[in-house]
Design a protein around this ligand. Structure first.
Ligand code: ZN
Length: 265
């Protein structure tokens, strides 16, 4: 009895709220319209953020290029105070070399040190292009490291480094536009095959270029890169932690063999 009533109610309500035949097609239209609409809205939000960042973070040439410019170091900023966060306009990015990444940024256990950039495969003599608008700060040679390398400072406040080059096509203090050829690729310095070593730095800190650049699609992930000091610091703990562990281990060994650390002091 009870079951019968319940079934009857269900049938009745289904009949009562039966949707008009036109609804299905309207609903399909709505779904079809939704996707392009949300992409449009997202693009609009991205554009607004970029405009906001450009207005908010606008720096004059003298602010960017007037300070810490006269330095022969890859990091000219030393231990400058780093802001907790910083929105960086990376919208004008051009891929320096269109090739596959052969070695990522990060701790290299085999060598016991940080790899502060990404390696991109190329052939000797391939054109290397500057990633953003800016001004060339250094063109130098370092036999045991970068080989022939270029450092460019950019209007967005970052610096980029290009290593293992075979030839320079620019000179220090030269203005460059994103995508302009700055060098030819090579295999100079500490390098085991032709490639470009590419670094992205903010106030001297080497940020993982893959956080900014989508290397598979030769473009940036977003028009604005949100630099965050604390997450950067966390990413850097990877290497040093291992080093200190290694030290502790060797200390323990030394203690076990009777050489007390206290006595040595
Ligand atoms: Zn490298």
């Amino acid at each position: 009895m009870f079951l019968w009533i319940s079934a009857a109610v269900t049938t009745a309500s289904a009949q009562k709220f039966h949707l008009p035949a036109t609804h299905t097609s309207q609903h399909k239209d709505l779904i079809a319209n939704q996707r392009p609409m949300s992409i449009k809205t997202k693009a609009e939000a991205d554009r607004r953020l970029l405009e906001d960042v450009r207005r908010r973070e606008a720096l004059t040439d003298s602010e960017i290029y007037g300070e810490y410019w006269e330095s022969e170091r890859v990091n000219p900023y030393g231990n400058i105070a780093i802001p907790a966060t910083k929105d960086i306009d990376v919208s004008g990015f051009v891929m320096p070399v269109k090739g596959p990444v052969t070695s990522p940024y990060g701790w290299r256990a085999r060598f016991g040190r940080m790899h502060r950039g990404v390696d991109i495969s190329l052939r000797v003599g391939d054109t290397v292009r500057v990633a953003f608008d800016g001004k060339v700060r250094l063109t130098k040679y370092e036999g045991k490291g970068y080989g022939y390398y270029v450092v460019v400072r950019h209007d967005n406040g970052m610096e980029t480094v290009y290593g293992h080059l075979s030839r320079f096509l620019v000179k220090p203090n030269q203005r460059v536009r994103a995508g302009e050829p700055i060098a030819l690729g090579g295999n100079t310095g500490r390098s085991t095959g032709p490639h470009l070593h590419f670094e992205t730095r903010y106030l001297g800190l080497a940020i993982n270029p893959a956080a900014i650049v989508d290397f598979e699609n030769f473009t940036t992930h977003k028009d604005v890169f949100a630099f965050d000091k604390s997450s950067y610091e966390k990413s850097q703990k990877y290497g040093p932690v291992r080093k200190s562990l290694a030290k502790k281990k060797s200390r323990r060994k030394a203690t076990a063999s009777g050489k007390s650390k206290r006595r040595r002091r």
